[in-house]
Design a protein around this ligand. Sequence first.
Ligand SMILES: [Zn+2]
Length: 472
Amino acid sequence: MGLRFLNTLSRAVEDFVPLDPQGRRVGMYCCGPTVYDLAHVGNFRTFVSADLVRRWLEFKGYAVQHVMNITDVEDKIIARVRSAQVAITEYTRKYEEEFLADLRTLGCRLPHQMPHATAHLAEMITLIGQLLERGVAYSTPDGSVYFSIQKYRERGHQYGQLVNLNFENLRVGERVRNDEYAKESLADFALWKARVPEDGAVFWPSPWGEGRPGWHIECSAMSMKVLGRSFDLHLGGEDLAFPHHEDEIAQSEGAGLHAPGERFVKYWLHVAHLLVEGKKMAKSLGNFFTLRDLLGKGHTGREIRYLLLTAHYRESFNFTLEGLQGARTALARLDECLAKLREAAAGAAAAAAEPQLIASFTAALDDDFNISAGWAAIFEWVRQKNKALAENQLTPALAAAALAAWEQLDAVLGVGAQAAGEAPAEIVALLEQRQAARKARDFKRSDTLRDEIKARGWIIEDTPKGPKLKPA
Ligand SMILES: [Zn+2]
């Protein structure tokens, strides 16, 4: 049996069959960060889950094209840029770099392509033009363009594919300019926002006058540009299902680009939200953690990744500091078993990987990415190996086969312990930030980062081949 998972579009568990007739290539888009601040642990649950989905598809032999956009122009960014009084790119670049460093710290494989909204204005303008031409969008006297939900529905399209909507709430003839709104304020949404004084220097020319794109059109234009008008898999946090993803579908399918029966996206997958210490995250509750808040408390990227990966992606998960302690204990148990297996293998080469562990893990992950069942299989395996080791029942060849199985699974899990003398991912990420600071000739920041690396027990040695990390 192959991979099956819940498609939010059909609300049913479906077999995964890629659009590629050869069944090999998979296009996957995950809504990326809005780079206006440091991301928090709730955001990272989505990205770590997307990394698991991608790695599982790769494990199964698919050639995945993983795309994640960088939203570098949007309402919240403009508000911050205005109060910080800096150029928008200067403001967003910093947070983009921090975000990518955080992804590396969490052991995520970086997406193959990361299109930036500000580099795709032409594609957005073209798409808006197509929506106007088809009569599902209209311009307003101020030079804005809005999507008409009513006209879209009159053309036979369904608005409300991912969520159930009550159209009695639809305020016909009313419009929302803000990118974020609730289901109760269902109204025509902005595709192009005419320049207003508060936008400062953030505006672009368009056939409708100066302005900027809405957030939703960014993802429609960029995903179709990179992956084609129809692609396999679209992921995001469940809070994005409405309005963002619903609007993405409307804008993409409303433009008349698809053949009859062809969809913008075949499978939608939504990651449930995260509670922290039992509550919705809020700065006022003291349970709002960025990744570096947690690293500052002595936790590692590996532990945080493990904890984020313990629960099924569709279950809301309670992330706690106590849970991070538990993650440390669980990983130590795993590391200890692996160390003993290495000793027992005594350098023997594995003829083949032990099949049972891979089979039970595969059964779990193929069942809607059931990672909790996957971990249960792994820890049962750890228990059995420990027993066999204690009873001296593992020949070097058997120990090597067991290790080979673990290594295959760790290509999916990405929590393998680093070898002795090798810096952990968060230190490598700090080093990369220092290199970026040096490149930007920001020597003050580069020195601060060097000191931070040193405070965590590592020194940088600059060599002709580039910088190297050594334990202090
Ligand atoms: Zn998006």
